[in-house]
Design a protein. Structure first.
Ligand SMILES: C[S@@+](CC[C@H](N)C(=O)[O-])C[C@H]1O[C@@H](n2cnc3c(N)ncnc32)[C@H](O)[C@@H]1O
Length: 286
């Protein structure tokens, strides 16, 4: 059962499914299969869906959720930076749509206990799957300057230097293994009224670093934009400005690419916590 509300659902389904009669759709961030289900329900037998996710556990749940569409779906446990091999395998003109709903899923936060949130005490891991390094290794082994850069670059956190210095100081005495230990250091580094925002930013920064998220997205989007043919579309749901900068950079100055940004509706912003920061980019290859 899909127990979360997919972000910008109606808007994504309309954009991806409109005018789509045959060919292949790549859902690069399948998760529990919420958007995927919508794509399958709103297209006919001529449409095949490749459900990609780097997280094996997420794909297992998606498989259960999408069993009725068995003959039209294939599940691929891979990173979306590797989609070039799918363009080679299926030929570019057969791939009609590419979709991304970036970041982590509520399922990864609530069920998988990988230390993605400062709200629960868990081991510091933060791997979505198929990453070499964990948050524990970054926190305990990275030097102070690099740690501070990670917090500043990926979290835009102005107290990054002070937080990095405090982490390096504390880890001399005992290894930082849990989210609770990290939260305590962060709280002790910034004024009380800024603590919650700083916690979100530091956890986001670490997650981006562990999973190499920006590199992954930039590589994948550029492959899609280069290989898709006229009439194809790319839908991207982004949650922060670092992701949006990649879209701007990758599409700038290209006459054959049209980009439109859609915000979540007022209702969705009210009802769905993740929907608040979500923005759908509708990219069309002319
Ligand atoms: C926001 S969730 C997607 C939720 C999904 N749209 C749904 O409705 O259930 C993002 C998913 O993308 C996956 N993901 C993130 N980065 C990835 C990457 N580089 N390659 C493959 N999967 C990735 C995550 O593991 C996560 O399951």
């Amino acid at each position: 059962m899909i127990d979360h509300i997919p972000v910008l659902f109606e808007e994504s389904i309309k954009f991806i499914c409109e005018g789509l009669n045959e060919g292949i759709v790549l859902d690069c961030t399948c998760g529990a299969g919420g958007h995927a289900k919508g794509f399958l329900e709103n297209t006919g037998e001529g449409i095949l869906l490749k459900c990609i996710d780097r997280d094996k556990d997420a794909l297992e749940i998606a498989k259960e959720n999408l069993t009725v569409f068995n003959n039209r779906v294939e599940f691929l446990n891979m990173k979306f930076s590797e989609i070039g091999c799918l363009f080679d395998k299926y030929k570019s003109n057969n791939i009609k749509r590419v979709f991304y709903d970036l970041g982590i899923s509520s399922m990864q936060i609530d069920k998988f206990q990988r230390g993605f949130t400062y709200k629960k005490n868990q081991k510091l891991d933060m791997r979505m799957g198929k990453s070499k390094i964990t948050a524990n290794e970054i926190i305990n082994k990275t030097n102070e300057d690099e740690l501070s850069d990670i917090f500043y670059k990926y979290g835009q956190e102005k107290f990054s230097r002070r937080i990095a210095a405090n982490i390096v100081d504390k880890r001399q005495y005992s290894k930082i293994e849990t989210t609770e230990q990290l939260v305590k250091i962060i709280r002790g580094s910034v004024p009380v009224k800024m603590q919650l925002k700083t916690l979100s930013r530091i956890f986001q920064a670490l997650r981006i670093a562990v999973n190499n998220e920006l590199y992954e997205f930039e590589i994948s989007l550029n492959v899609a934009l280069e290989r898709l043919e006229s009439g194809a579309k790319v839908g991207v749901i982004t949650y922060h400005s670092l992701e949006r900068n990649i879209i701007r950079k990758s599409t700038a100055g290209k006459d054959n690419i049209k980009v439109k940004k859609v915000n979540a509706s007022k209702k969705e912003i009210k009802d769905n916590r993740r929907g608040r920061s979500g923005k759908l980019y509708r990219i069309e290859i002319l």
